[in-house]
Design a protein around this ligand. Sequence first.
Ligand code: GRF
Length: 197
Amino acid sequence: MNIAIFASGSGSNAENIIQYFSGRNDVRFPVILSNKENAGIHERAKRLGVPSICFTSKELKETDNVLNMLKEHQINFIVLAGFLLKIPTNLIDAYPNKIINIHPALLPKYGGKGMYGDFVHQAVVANSETKSGITIHYVNENYDEGNIIFQAKCEVTSTDTPETLASKVHELEYQHFPQVIEKLIDDFRFTILDFQK
Ligand code: GRF
Protein backbone atom coordinates (compact mmCIF):
# COMPACT_ATOMS: atom_id res chain seq x y z
CA MET A 1 0.00 0.00 0.00
CA ASN A 2 1.59 3.25 -1.13
CA ILE A 3 0.10 6.35 0.47
CA ALA A 4 0.74 9.93 -0.67
CA ILE A 5 0.16 12.69 1.85
CA PHE A 6 -0.75 16.18 0.63
CA ALA A 7 -0.05 19.01 3.10
CA SER A 8 0.18 22.79 2.89
CA GLY A 9 1.08 23.58 6.51
CA SER A 10 3.14 22.48 9.45
CA GLY A 11 2.52 18.80 8.77
CA SER A 12 2.09 17.58 12.34
CA ASN A 13 -0.68 15.20 11.21
CA ALA A 14 1.48 13.91 8.38
CA GLU A 15 4.29 13.17 10.82
CA ASN A 16 1.92 11.49 13.28
CA ILE A 17 0.48 9.28 10.53
CA ILE A 18 3.89 8.23 9.19
CA GLN A 19 5.11 7.41 12.69
CA TYR A 20 1.96 5.40 13.42
CA PHE A 21 2.63 3.15 10.42
CA SER A 22 6.37 2.85 11.00
CA GLY A 23 5.92 -0.69 12.35
CA ARG A 24 4.11 -1.88 9.23
CA ASN A 25 6.35 -2.64 6.30
CA ASP A 26 3.38 -3.23 4.01
CA VAL A 27 2.37 0.45 4.23
CA ARG A 28 4.71 2.96 2.61
CA PHE A 29 4.81 6.72 2.22
CA PRO A 30 6.84 7.21 -0.95
CA VAL A 31 6.20 10.94 -1.25
CA ILE A 32 4.68 14.00 0.41
CA LEU A 33 3.20 16.59 -1.92
CA SER A 34 2.71 20.26 -1.16
CA ASN A 35 1.75 23.49 -2.87
CA LYS A 36 3.76 25.59 -0.38
CA GLU A 37 7.51 25.77 -0.77
CA ASN A 38 8.20 27.16 2.69
CA ALA A 39 5.71 25.03 4.63
CA GLY A 40 6.91 23.26 7.79
CA ILE A 41 6.00 19.93 6.25
CA HIS A 42 9.22 19.91 4.18
CA GLU A 43 11.42 20.06 7.28
CA ARG A 44 9.44 17.23 8.86
CA ALA A 45 9.59 15.20 5.65
CA LYS A 46 13.37 15.56 5.58
CA ARG A 47 13.57 14.39 9.18
CA LEU A 48 11.34 11.41 8.41
CA GLY A 49 13.35 10.51 5.30
CA VAL A 50 10.37 10.98 2.98
CA PRO A 51 10.89 12.97 -0.23
CA SER A 52 8.65 16.04 -0.44
CA ILE A 53 7.74 17.60 -3.75
CA CYS A 54 6.19 20.99 -4.51
CA PHE A 55 3.79 21.91 -7.27
CA THR A 56 1.94 25.12 -8.08
CA SER A 57 -1.82 25.50 -7.90
CA LYS A 58 -1.83 26.12 -11.67
CA GLU A 59 0.01 22.84 -12.24
CA LEU A 60 -2.52 21.03 -10.08
CA LYS A 61 -5.52 22.62 -11.77
CA GLU A 62 -4.41 22.72 -15.38
CA THR A 63 -2.01 19.83 -15.99
CA ASP A 64 -1.55 16.13 -15.30
CA ASN A 65 1.82 16.72 -13.60
CA VAL A 66 0.57 15.83 -10.12
CA LEU A 67 -1.30 12.78 -11.40
CA ASN A 68 1.87 11.66 -13.19
CA MET A 69 3.92 12.06 -10.01
CA LEU A 70 1.39 9.88 -8.18
CA LYS A 71 1.56 7.24 -10.91
CA GLU A 72 5.37 7.33 -10.88
CA HIS A 73 5.33 6.52 -7.17
CA GLN A 74 2.63 3.85 -7.66
CA ILE A 75 0.36 5.59 -5.17
CA ASN A 76 -2.91 3.82 -4.38
CA PHE A 77 -4.30 5.97 -1.56
CA ILE A 78 -4.17 9.74 -0.89
CA VAL A 79 -4.47 11.48 2.46
CA LEU A 80 -5.02 15.24 2.66
CA ALA A 81 -3.65 16.47 5.98
CA GLY A 82 -3.99 20.24 6.09
CA PHE A 83 -4.03 20.64 2.30
CA LEU A 84 -5.74 23.83 1.21
CA LEU A 85 -6.34 23.59 -2.54
CA LYS A 86 -9.33 22.03 -4.22
CA ILE A 87 -8.62 18.58 -5.67
CA PRO A 88 -9.28 18.61 -9.44
CA THR A 89 -11.39 16.03 -11.25
CA ASN A 90 -8.43 14.32 -12.93
CA LEU A 91 -7.27 13.12 -9.48
CA ILE A 92 -10.75 12.33 -8.20
CA ASP A 93 -11.47 10.23 -11.30
CA ALA A 94 -8.15 8.39 -11.00
CA TYR A 95 -8.67 7.69 -7.27
CA PRO A 96 -12.39 7.09 -6.70
CA ASN A 97 -13.03 6.86 -2.93
CA LYS A 98 -9.28 6.67 -2.39
CA ILE A 99 -8.77 10.32 -1.38
CA ILE A 100 -9.66 11.38 2.15
CA ASN A 101 -9.43 14.67 4.04
CA ILE A 102 -9.54 15.72 7.66
CA HIS A 103 -11.50 18.82 8.61
CA PRO A 104 -11.11 20.45 12.05
CA ALA A 105 -14.84 20.79 12.84
CA LEU A 106 -18.07 18.84 12.74
CA LEU A 107 -19.15 19.03 9.10
CA PRO A 108 -21.48 20.00 7.50
CA LYS A 109 -21.12 22.98 9.86
CA TYR A 110 -18.05 25.18 9.49
CA GLY A 111 -16.98 23.81 6.11
CA GLY A 112 -16.60 25.19 2.61
CA LYS A 113 -14.39 27.77 0.95
CA GLY A 114 -12.46 29.95 3.39
CA MET A 115 -13.24 27.65 6.32
CA TYR A 116 -9.81 26.29 7.17
CA GLY A 117 -7.29 26.35 10.00
CA ASP A 118 -7.83 29.06 12.61
CA PHE A 119 -10.80 30.55 10.73
CA VAL A 120 -12.79 27.45 11.63
CA HIS A 121 -11.95 27.66 15.34
CA GLN A 122 -12.59 31.42 15.42
CA ALA A 123 -16.06 30.91 13.95
CA VAL A 124 -16.90 28.04 16.33
CA VAL A 125 -15.88 30.11 19.38
CA ALA A 126 -17.61 33.28 18.07
CA ASN A 127 -20.86 31.33 17.72
CA SER A 128 -20.57 29.99 21.30
CA GLU A 129 -20.84 26.39 20.12
CA THR A 130 -20.65 23.86 22.94
CA LYS A 131 -19.18 21.10 20.74
CA SER A 132 -16.60 20.90 18.00
CA GLY A 133 -14.40 18.10 16.74
CA ILE A 134 -13.03 16.45 13.63
CA THR A 135 -14.52 15.07 10.44
CA ILE A 136 -12.74 12.61 8.17
CA HIS A 137 -14.42 12.40 4.79
CA TYR A 138 -13.98 11.29 1.20
CA VAL A 139 -12.97 14.05 -1.17
CA ASN A 140 -15.16 15.14 -4.06
CA GLU A 141 -15.12 18.22 -6.33
CA ASN A 142 -16.55 20.51 -3.64
CA TYR A 143 -14.75 21.66 -0.52
CA ASP A 144 -15.69 19.54 2.52
CA GLU A 145 -18.74 17.92 0.90
CA GLY A 146 -17.68 14.30 0.30
CA ASN A 147 -19.27 11.46 2.28
CA ILE A 148 -18.39 11.46 5.95
CA ILE A 149 -16.37 8.48 7.18
CA PHE A 150 -15.79 9.39 10.82
CA GLN A 151 -16.39 12.15 13.38
CA ALA A 152 -15.16 12.68 16.94
CA LYS A 153 -16.31 15.44 19.27
CA CYS A 154 -14.83 17.62 21.97
CA GLU A 155 -16.42 20.10 24.38
CA VAL A 156 -16.10 23.82 23.72
CA THR A 157 -16.29 25.72 27.02
CA SER A 158 -16.96 29.42 27.61
CA THR A 159 -13.27 29.92 28.44
CA ASP A 160 -12.02 28.32 25.21
CA THR A 161 -10.20 30.55 22.73
CA PRO A 162 -9.57 29.63 19.08
CA GLU A 163 -6.07 28.58 20.20
CA THR A 164 -7.18 26.27 23.03
CA LEU A 165 -9.85 24.79 20.80
CA ALA A 166 -7.29 24.22 18.03
CA SER A 167 -5.17 22.20 20.41
CA LYS A 168 -8.13 20.08 21.58
CA VAL A 169 -9.00 19.39 17.95
CA HIS A 170 -5.40 18.54 17.09
CA GLU A 171 -5.38 15.98 19.91
CA LEU A 172 -8.45 14.31 18.39
CA GLU A 173 -6.75 14.33 15.00
CA TYR A 174 -3.61 12.65 16.33
CA GLN A 175 -5.67 10.07 18.18
CA HIS A 176 -8.06 9.07 15.37
CA PHE A 177 -6.73 9.93 11.91
CA PRO A 178 -4.08 7.16 11.65
CA GLN A 179 -6.52 4.51 12.90
CA VAL A 180 -9.21 5.53 10.43
CA ILE A 181 -6.67 5.40 7.60
CA GLU A 182 -5.55 1.96 8.75
CA LYS A 183 -9.10 0.64 8.72
CA LEU A 184 -9.78 2.04 5.26
CA ILE A 185 -6.63 0.71 3.64
CA ASP A 186 -7.03 -2.71 5.27
CA ASP A 187 -10.62 -2.95 3.95
CA PHE A 188 -9.39 -1.78 0.56
CA ARG A 189 -6.68 -4.45 0.50
CA PHE A 190 -9.23 -7.14 1.27
CA THR A 191 -11.22 -6.03 -1.74
CA ILE A 192 -8.16 -6.37 -3.97
CA LEU A 193 -7.35 -9.83 -2.55
CA ASP A 194 -10.96 -10.96 -3.03
CA PHE A 195 -10.89 -9.70 -6.57
CA GLN A 196 -7.73 -11.68 -7.32
CA LYS A 197 -9.13 -14.99 -6.02
C1 GRF B 1 -5.48 20.28 10.86
O1 GRF B 1 -6.18 20.88 11.91
C2 GRF B 1 -6.44 19.73 9.85
O2 GRF B 1 -7.66 19.35 10.37
C3 GRF B 1 -6.65 20.90 8.93
O3 GRF B 1 -5.40 21.56 8.88
C4 GRF B 1 -4.67 21.30 10.08
C5 GRF B 1 -3.33 20.79 9.69
O4 GRF B 1 -2.44 20.79 10.76
N1 GRF B 1 -7.21 20.47 7.67
P1 GRF B 1 -0.99 20.15 10.58
O5 GRF B 1 -0.33 20.81 9.39
O6 GRF B 1 -1.16 18.68 10.38
O7 GRF B 1 -0.25 20.45 11.85
